[in-house]
Design a protein around this ligand. Structure first.
Ligand code: ADP
Ligand code: MG
Length: 631
């Protein structure tokens, strides 16, 4: 790769070593890419314990030792030669590869740009065998050596013979950072494996195989930080062979960068535009603008529906039906986020759910007549219904004032006849006595500076930002009301003409339902022209032209668009904000308690419309720590 290329007019065959070095240019960018290849090989060899030793950011030395099936003596040389793989032998195999690597060029490439030593032993061998590779056609012959069953690969002086590439290496610390990230990603994809990672003889990671959800959470905490686990919920949703599980960061636990986002498709980590979009869309209503959600999620589906080897660096995937995947991820997460209710304690909580995504959304049962947009709306409803608790539904629509009234009425009856509130009475929305089981947000004690409500619950103290809380409650109520209502539409005296591409006109036709659901009337006028004759009244001031374009671009890329809803929600949020209890208003204890109860039954009430938290818990333990009690 480093040779100066002078024009030549004779075609020559490249030497094996040079061909391998060229291939190495694609496969081996830096020490971390070597680690990735080696670890994938160990996994494919069914290893469950892997040791990784790095020196000087991997530039000086990389050693990977595994307890996999090993490589037999007769295969050692082949392992180092190009286009040699034990993983596929036919084109059909390509269709359903479950293994991680199959290009058969990692070892040959690496050996052509480093000093590589491979040692291995299978269970049938009496001794281990050792071979040294330098990327040539015929590597030196294997010699016997002591080795346990499994394989170890020792790579020194990466890029020693390709100075141009060597120049691109960064500082030791940076290179090691990349290696660590590779190991972390992998360790999240395989909880059954044990890993030890050492850098310059110092242990950096030591992960034992994790079986239970608690063990797994501990591993996630080691990798993503304790704060993430403390602020995440565990989800596990399954539907007709599709599964989405993992840890979902609370909307109030966001990051300034998208650095804590791990998504796996059938065990392989991906960074995919479609997936990222679906997740962002699910968080859209609850996250602070410009912040990034944190998650560790695993999607599994029939391997025939996805190509995880679409891209050489393999971070992108190709889904057979990307719209379906987008919809499944979006709806599942949107639902899970809406369910994060006040009073739940993320660290301990494990909620396992099975959602009933309508049949039309899964590939095998898709009804021939359903189009994408109807699949969307018919699917989201049953799953919503399956989730919302009766308690939640029963209280829909009660406003604070009504609750205060009902609370007062209940108190009046109970104080008169205290025994009349028994098991047989209808469910009591507002617990009346301090000795009854306290509701999650407890009971109000006082109001602080006209801004915060202080309450006491079983765990300790709750502090509520009353404006933020009320804002979310009003907002959710307005959205519900708006969803239920007939959409008020506004015919346009002067229809708006939108010039778009042919593809976009087709999309507008195909997704008519998306527009009409919100009260838009958008029709094609020509091959590249759309005309809007009617818009929803609430959006009459919006930039309709731009909105339609953005919606079409979403529909084409992802098969659905939440932009109209998002736009509408933004307006509702502004209205909710203006209508909410202003700070500095004195509330009575009754009003404060009513607000707490209202929060408990409102979806997404842990954050205000801008993604700020609405309440915090200070446990007795937290308080004891503050005062250094019992230490
Ligand atoms: P690929 O993984 O794409 O097949 P590689 O060049 O990475 O190509 O590896 C070539 C072959 O060497 C593999 O197909 C496998 O048979 C063998 N191999 C490599 N690493 C290991 C290992 N750690 N344990 C067992 N076999 C291995
Ligand atoms: Mg490989």
């Amino acid at each position: 790769m480093n040779e100066v290329i002078t024009p030549i007019h004779k075609i020559k065959r490249l030497s094996a070593q040079l061909a391998n070095q060229i291939a190495a240019g694609e496969v081996v960018e830096r020490p971390a890419s070597v680690i990735k290849e080696l670890l994938e090989n160990s996994l494919d060899a069914q290893a469950d314990t892997i040791g990784i030793e790095i020196e000087q950011g991997g530039i000086r030395r990389i050693r990977v030792l595994d307890n996999g099936i090993g490589i037999g003596r007769q295969d050692l040389e082949l392992a180092l030669s190009r286009h040699a793989t034990s993983k596929i032998s036919s084109v059909e195999d390509l269709e359903s590869v479950a293994s991680l690597g199959f290009r058969g060029e990692a070892l040959s490439s690496i050996s052509s740009v480093s000093r590589l030593e491979l040692r291995s032993r299978t269970k049938d061998d009496e001794t281990g065998w050792r071979i040294i590779g330098d990327g040539r056609e015929n590597p030196a012959e294997a010699v016997p050596t002591a080795h346990p069953i499994g394989t170890s690969i020792d790579i020194r002086d990466l890029f020693f013979n390709t100075p141009a590439r060597r120049k691109f290496l960064r500082a030791e610390k940076t290179e090691f950072g990349h290696i660590e990230e590779v190991v972390k990603r992998l360790s999240l994809s395989r909880f059954d494996l044990s890993f030890v990672l050492k850098h310059n003889q110092k242990e950096v990671l030591n992960l034992r195989a994790a079986k239970t959800t608690t063990d797994k959470s501990q591993r996630v905490a080691k990798i993503c930080g304790q704060a993430f686990i403390d602020n995440a919920i565990f989800i596990n949703m399954e539907s007709s062979g599709w599964q989405l599980s993992g840890w979902l960061g609370l909307p109030t636990y966001t990051r300034s960068q998208s650095d804590l986002q791990y998504f796996y498709v059938n065990g392989r980590m991906v960074r995919d535009k479609l997936v990222t979009h679906a997740i962002r869309q699910a968080y859209q209503d609850v996250i602070y603008h410009g912040r990034h959600p944190a998650y560790v999620l695993f999607l599994s589906l029939d391997p025939a529906l996805v190509d995880v080897n679409a891209h050489p660096t393999k971070h992108e995937v190709r889904f057979r039906d990307s719209r379906l995947v987008h919809g499944f991820i979006y709806r599942t997460l949107e639902d899970a986020i809406a369910q994060i209710q006040v009073g739940h304690t993320p660290a301990e909580e494990t909620f396992v759910n099975t959602i009933n995504v309508a049949e039309s959304t899964t590939p095998n049962h898709r009804s021939p007549t359903s189009n994408h947009s109807s699949a969307h709306s018919s699917a989201s409803k049953p799953s919503k219904a399956a989730h919302s608790s009766p308690r939640q539904q029963q209280n829909l629509g009660l406003n604070v004032a009504e609750q205060i009234a009902s609370y007062a009425a209940l108190r009046a009856t109970t104080s008169a006849k205290p025994t009349s509130v028994g098991r047989s009475s209808p469910p009591n929305p507002l617990p009346l006595h301090q000795d009854e089981e306290k509701p999650p947000l407890g009971f109000a004690i006082a109001q602080l500076q006209g801004v915060y409500i202080l309450a006491e619950n079983d765990k300790g103290m709750i502090v509520v930002d009353m404006h933020a809380a009320h804002e979310r409650i009003s907002y959710e109520r307005m959205k519900r009301a708006h969803d239920k209502e007939e959409i008020k539409t506004q015919p346009l005296l002067l229809p708006i003409t939108v010039h778009v591409s042919e593809r976009e006109v087709q999309a507008a036709d195909e997704f008519q339902a998306v527009f009409s659901e919100f009260g838009f009337d958008v029709q094609s006028m020509g091959p590249e022209t759309l005309v809007a004759r009617q818009v929803p009244a609430i959006l009459r001031e919006a930039n309709v032209d731009a909105l339609i374009r953005d919606v079409l671009s979403d529909l084409i890329s992802y098969g659905n668009s939440e932009r109209i809803r998002a736009h509408r929600n933004e307006l509702l949020a502004t209205m909710a904000c203006h209508g909410s209890v202003r700070a500095n208003r004195r509330l009575t204890v009754l009003e404060m308690n009513a607000l707490l109860r209202d929060m408990e039954r409102t979806e997404r009430s842990g954050q205000c419309n801008h993604g700020r938290p609405t309440w915090v818990q200070l446990t007795m333990k937290d308080l004891d720590k503050m005062f250094m009690r019992g230490q």
